[in-house]
Design a protein around this ligand. Structure first.
Ligand SMILES: [Zn+2]
Ligand SMILES: [Zn+2]
Length: 270
């Protein structure tokens, strides 16, 4: 009897936004989290909503040391003992609040390398952000690809070329330029967000992903929305307009999706 090959590759943005980030990726052989920027308890609750459990997670990949990416890391690592991957500079820069992580759980995954975990290939690439050595990840399984790109003030041409034609993108859509300019943030913080090492605006995120989408692209998730300087509707409208203006088939060839700081996106079968 033929056993049908299991080709299930699934993702859920458990939480995305300035208040905390955590993404879940699963293949037949691996269950992976990228970042743990909420409390361990909160991440457990978010995983329950998609019928999954942190006890089953094999590995956690960290993008950079900011609190909205590592807040619950220590608690989960100590409770469940999974393997943790980050580059060396990020390991050194982790805030003391993360606490002790056993040396046998710590693994180095440097920028530009490809790491194979079970049946999934993971590529790391550097981004332009005010952290020690921020890097994001792309996951490949059975010819399908999921690309993550947030926490960057700028997307280089090299990266636009490297990340072309993925099935699913999580792209940063941090702020609406007008809301940020008019908002209550002090000038220095506005400069930080707007700078090359800050965060992508709705416009810049859409312009970057417009150069990456291809025939394989099915979904674009807009991520890391600022609570103070953005709204889902504005982010989606801006991205929709920019992608359509560039002649791309929004709502025809691919669809735009929101992410939320407290609600996971459905566990999508890529
Ligand atoms: Zn950050
Ligand atoms: Zn962040």
């Amino acid at each position: 009897m033929d056993v049908e090959k299991n080709t299930e590759f699934r993702v859920s943005m458990l939480a995305s936004g300035s208040s905390g980030n955590c993404t879940y990726i699963e293949t037949p052989k691996r269950k992976i989290l990228v970042d743990c920027g909420l409390s361990g308890k909160k991440i457990q609750e978010l995983m329950q909503k998609i019928d999954r459990n942190p006890a089953d997670v094999d590995s956690i990949l960290i993008t950079h040391e900011h609190r909205d990416h590592v807040h619950g890391l220590g608690v989960l690592a100590r409770k469940y003992g999974m393997d943790i991957y980050a580059n060396e500079a990020t390991w050194k820069a982790l805030p003391p609040s993360v606490g002790a992580i056993k040396v046998e759980q710590k693994h180095i995954f440097e920028m530009g390398e490809v790491l194979t975990l079970g049946d999934v290939d993971i590529l790391s690439y550097g981004v332009s952000h005010d952290a020690a050595a921020p890097q994001f990840y792309s996951f490949q399984f059975e010819g399908k690809q999921f690309v993550m790109l947030t926490d960057t003030g700028y997307v280089s041409n090299r990266l636009r070329g490297l990340l072309k034609n993925a099935d699913v993108y999580l792209i940063e859509s941090n702020h609406d330029l007008e809301l940020l300019r008019m908002g209550r943030y002090p000038w220095s913080l506005k400069q930080r967000i707007l700078g090359d090492k800050g965060h992508l605006s709705n416009d810049d995120g859409a312009a970057a992903v417009a150069e990456m989408v291809g025939n394989n692209t099915k979904r674009i998730y807009l991520g890391h929305l600022s609570r103070d300087n953005n709204m889902k509707q504005i982010a989606r409208d801006t991205a929709g307009t920019i992608l359509t203006t560039k002649g791309l088939g929004v709502n025809r060839d691919f669809h735009l999706y929101d992410t939320d700081p407290t609600e996971p996106t459905e566990l999508f079968h890529i």
